[in-house]
Design a protein. Structure first.
Lengths: 352, 270, 278
């Protein structure tokens, strides 16, 4: 009898713990890239709607995917890039949006709608767009940088920062070799991975980074790195020696889009938040803070000439035509990417 | 007062939160995304043996360095007065109150190309040395973070040593070196083994330290597992398979420990 | 056993402390830095300390950490003490088996504990309809805390006079009275020690929280880890400095008191002995 009582007691102790994962009434859980929003807008949103923003950040599309797939987390609004949004649609991870609750959609330029990753425009609202490229320190690099191949030469040994995510990192090597970002040829992907492994083994790479690149480039820790154009603009405000180059082989043109995952618990709040994010004032503040480029036509009109005329944020059309977007890849290619990415991670520096 | 009843809640707790999760790891390791039995997760083992070898090697170096620092430290400290000893031990524990990620991050500022160490060496015209984002930096991070866990058990064993053994040895004509080799060291062995476990296992499984100080240039078992669950290559089944292999390593280490100790070494730590 | 050269040995030990405290000194100094930089000193300022008290994210992460650590160590202390008492009255074989299981979370790699608990929580969560959050975080912390409490209480039980409890019962105490009035005072140092270790480990934990906290709550360690992806705000340095100094002061007070009490006791003992000798 006593024993049964204790078992009961133990269970009694356990279960209320789960129950107290209490649902806060008016909240929207937002999961975004790091350094990708002006956080002061959250107060305004709460003031306007009474909805509190619970904000968290991730470092790469793949991390976002993992934390959603692992389960147990509940986000209401997520901001993946185009190719990841496509994969999520494919795997039924997104809810269709109720565009009637997002009237500010009308502000957006039609050229950013109905793109390849969401052809019927059912699941996404574009947030920002931009290009990838090479950021370098003009005091530390003595020749002009024009090509992705410049990242693989030994004269910058120990000075190169590479992307810490498979799609961007392997993509660069693919482009450097003259292939498409969206190739499904395992031979081409292997060749690209081997190029990266060779680069790592020769000690050319200093580190694989995501947002850590801000600190490293601003403090002259590294001479050259690959990252997103908008972030270059933010960095160059603190270190005027930095320069940006869109390599001649062409770079990645990406659109990051707001989506609602199936685990969403506050759908209407999510709609309200997405709508708020498309209002001109908020778009302008976010662009100002992040340096990225907006798909909003109305906001672009109101923007400072100096910003909207910046060729890094809004490159000329012939340069953009040379860029390529990431498309969705078949799952066999995706798992091959994982396999090759692990191989790159495992490579060791062979010199020194 | 002889009653087993009070243990029952914890036994139930252990069953749910210690045993079942480990069983889940085994199940995940031998299934695929469709839930079917498979051995595929172990098919890439050659690739993983490489990372196993690398992690094992770095963890071993870190453990040996910890031992080389901690043993003399504990031995010398044990000869100080009681107040000094107590205060010294408190100061060994105290850093734990500052989050380890933060302290590891501070090492970044010290080791960077433009960091404090290179600035300091620059005053003497040395350098700059390439320190950060190397295996060496990762080992340093391990030694730094886990050194207290080597010092604590060794010190508590040496501190509690029955001084009469030493006196007896000396009375019987043993010199200092012999006394140490034949009396003190064998008696302190449980503490040493406990310390080795407490440094080796966290070292081999860390992922935060290698991320911060290794910058992706040093890839460890912990990174590989984290990557499969919350990182860049989602595959919890593969992750579980690797975790299972690591678990095997832990069990082997535990068995070796049990062989030497009396099975409740953990108590040494207290 | 006298060391050959106490000066040399003290220098060695001092160097170990320099090694352990070097990054902490760096952190504390740069919490007073005027700028955001973590390597370039640009003047003294209390700026980050005032900022800290307006940063809701950091403060809420800190309060989550404190709440979880306090609750987890308290619950673990109750469960662990009870378990130790129960284990102690078992025969050798089952006790050894249970102690082996007890040692698992302690010896096992944190990442395995974290990942395996995450699998359990997500699996049962899908069935019972809960998601990762404060509850799962707390359970995970309790799970890795209990073993330390058990191990801290066990030796005290072993030192106990086995007849003590019987005597109390014989003298008419109820089992509860016997527990509270007789057993408890003997076990108290072990229990307290276990709770302190549990609390400290909970405060410092990152890996297990990282896998079990999910999206809604964040501990300070998780917040710091997220920040390392770009740059840790000096506000965190400020908070850690405050925490560190608080603990340091507490430790000094407690130890001074202990030393003083010890002295007092010694003096009383000596006085008693003197009286007895007369």
């Amino acid at each position: 009898m006593k024993k049964i009582f204790s078992v009961f007691l133990a269970l009694l102790l356990v279960f209320p713990l789960f129950a107290c994962g209490k649902k806060e009434e008016n909240v929207v859980n937002v999961y975004n890239w790091g350094e990708y929003i002006d956080e002061s807008i959250f107060d305004d949103f709460e003031e306007q709607t009474g909805i509190r923003v619970n904000y968290k950040t991730f470092a790469s599309n793949e991390m976002l995917y993992s934390s959603l797939k692992s389960g147990g987390s509940s986000y209401d609004v997520i901001i993946p890039s185009d190719y990841m949004a496509a994969r999520m649609v494919e795997e039924n991870m997104l809810l269709p949006l109720d565009y009637s609750q997002i009237p500010n959609m009308a502000n957006l330029d039609a050229q950013y709608l109905n793109l390849e990753y969401d052809p019927q425009q059912l699941y996404t609202v574009p947030y920002m767009w931009g290009v990838t490229g090479i950021i370098y320190n003009t005091t530390m690099v003595d020749h002009p940088i024009t090509s992705w191949m410049d990242l693989f030469t030994t004269d910058l040994t120990g000075q190169v920062l590479m992307f810490d995510n498979p799609r961007d990192c392997i993509g660069i090597a693919l482009k450097a070799l003259g292939y498409s970002f969206n190739t499904t040829s395992e031979d081409e992907i292997t060749e690209a991975a081997n190029l990266l492994i060779d680069q790592k083994e020769k000690g050319i790479v200093q580190a694989y980074v995501m947002d850590q690149i801000f600190d490293k480039m601003i403090n002259n820790e590294a001479a050259i790195g690959t990252y997103y154009a908008g972030d270059y603009i933010t960095m160059s405000e603190e270190n005027p020696d930095l320069a940006f180059c869109i390599p001649s082989e062409g770079a990645n043109l990406f659109v990051d889009a707001m989506c609602v995952p199936t685990v969403c618990e506050n759908y209407d709040n999510a709609m309200a938040f997405i709508n708020f994010m498309c209002s001109d004032d908020v778009v302008l503040r976010n662009c100002e803070e992040t340096g990225y480029s907006t798909p909003s036509a109305t906001a672009l009109e109101q923007m400072d000439e100096e910003v909207s005329g910046n060729p890094v944020a809004y490159p000329a059309s012939d340069i953009l035509d040379n860029c390529e977007t990431y498309g969705g890849l078949p799952s066999s290619t995706l798992s091959f990417y994982d396999h090759e990415w692990i191989r790159i991670c495992l490579a060791k520096v062979k010199v020194h | 007062m002889k009653t087993k009843t009070p243990a029952i809640p914890y036994i139930v707790w252990m069953g749910i939160f210690v045993v079942i999760p480990l069983i889940l790891i085994v199940i995940y390791a031998f299934t695929n995304f469709d839930g079917h039995f498979t051995l595929d997760n172990f098919s890439n083992i050659d690739v993983f043996l490489q990372v196993f070898g690398n992690s094992l090697w770095l963890a071993l170096i870190a453990t040996v360095i910890c031992l080389l620092i901690a043993y003399p430290f504990a031995y010398l400290l044990a000869q100080e007065g009681p107040v000094f000893r107590k205060i010294a031990m408190l100061f060994i524990m105290l850093p734990m109150w500052m989050n380890f990620l933060l302290r590891t991050y501070a090492w970044m500022s010290i080791l960077e190309n433009n960091g404090f160490l290179n600035q300091f060496l620059g005053l003497f015209g040395i350098g700059p040395l390439h320190l950060i984002n190397t295996d060496g930096a990762v080992v340093l991070g391990m030694v730094y973070n886990f050194l207290p866990f080597m010092i604590l058990p060794i010190f508590s064993v040496i501190d509690k040593l029955d001084k009469r053994y030493i006196e007896a040895a000396q009375d019987l004509g043993a010199n200092r070196r012999e006394t140490f080799r034949r009396v003190i060291f064998p008696l302190s062995l449980p503490g040493v083994l406990s310390g080795i476990m407490m440094v080796f296992i966290p070292s081999i499984s860390t992922f935060a330290i290698s991320k911060l100080l290794g910058g992706g240039m040093s890839f460890l078992l912990g990174d590989l597992i984290e990557m499969q669950f919350l990182g860049a290559a989602y595959n919890p089944h593969l992750g579980s398979a690797i975790a299972l292999m690591m678990l095997a390593l832990v069990v082997i280490a535990m068995l070796i420990m049990n062989r030497f100790g009396d099975g409740e070494e953990g108590a040494v730590v207290m | 056993m006298k060391a050959k050269s106490p000066v040399l040995s003290r220098i060695f030990n001092a160097l170990v402390f320099v090694f352990l405290y070097l990054p902490i000194v760096v952190l504390i100094i740069f919490s007073f830095n005027d700028s955001k930089s973590r390597t370039v000193w640009s003047g003294f300022s209390l700026h980050w300390y005032t900022e800290l008290f307006h940063d809701e994210e950091i403060l809420s992460a800190f309060s989550t950490t404190l709440t979880v650590s306090l609750l987890a160590s308290l619950i673990a202390t109750v469960l662990g003490t009870a378990a130790a008492i129960g284990f102690f009255s078992m025969r050798r074989r089952p006790r050894q088996l249970l102690m082996t299981v007890n040692n698992i979370p302690m010896t096992n790699a944190d990442i395995i504990t974290g990942v395996s608990l995450m699998l359990l929580f997500v699996f049962t969560g899908n069935i019972l309809g809960f998601s990762l959050g404060f509850g799962t975080l707390l359970v995970a912390h309790i799970t890795f805390n209990i073993p330390y409490v058990v191990l801290a209480v066990m030796p005290k039980l072993r030192q106990l006079d086995p007849n003590l409890g019987e005597a109390a019962l014989d003298l008419g105490a109820t089992p509860w009275q016997a527990f509270w009035k007789v057993l408890m005072p003997e076990l108290r140092p072990g229990i307290f020690n276990g709770m302190l270790i549990a609390f400290t480990l909970s405060i410092d934990d990152f890996v297990i929280s990282y896998f079990t906290a999910g999206s809604e709550v964040s501990t300070l360690a998780m917040q710091i880890y997220a920040m390392t992806r770009k740059r840790i705000s000096p506000e965190v340095n400020a908070l850690s400095t405050i925490l560190f100094v608080t603990v340091l002061v507490l430790l000094i007070i407690v130890n001074l008191r202990e030393v003083r009490q010890q002295n007092l006791k010694d003096r009383q003992n000596r006085a008693l002995k003197r009286d007895a000798a007369r």
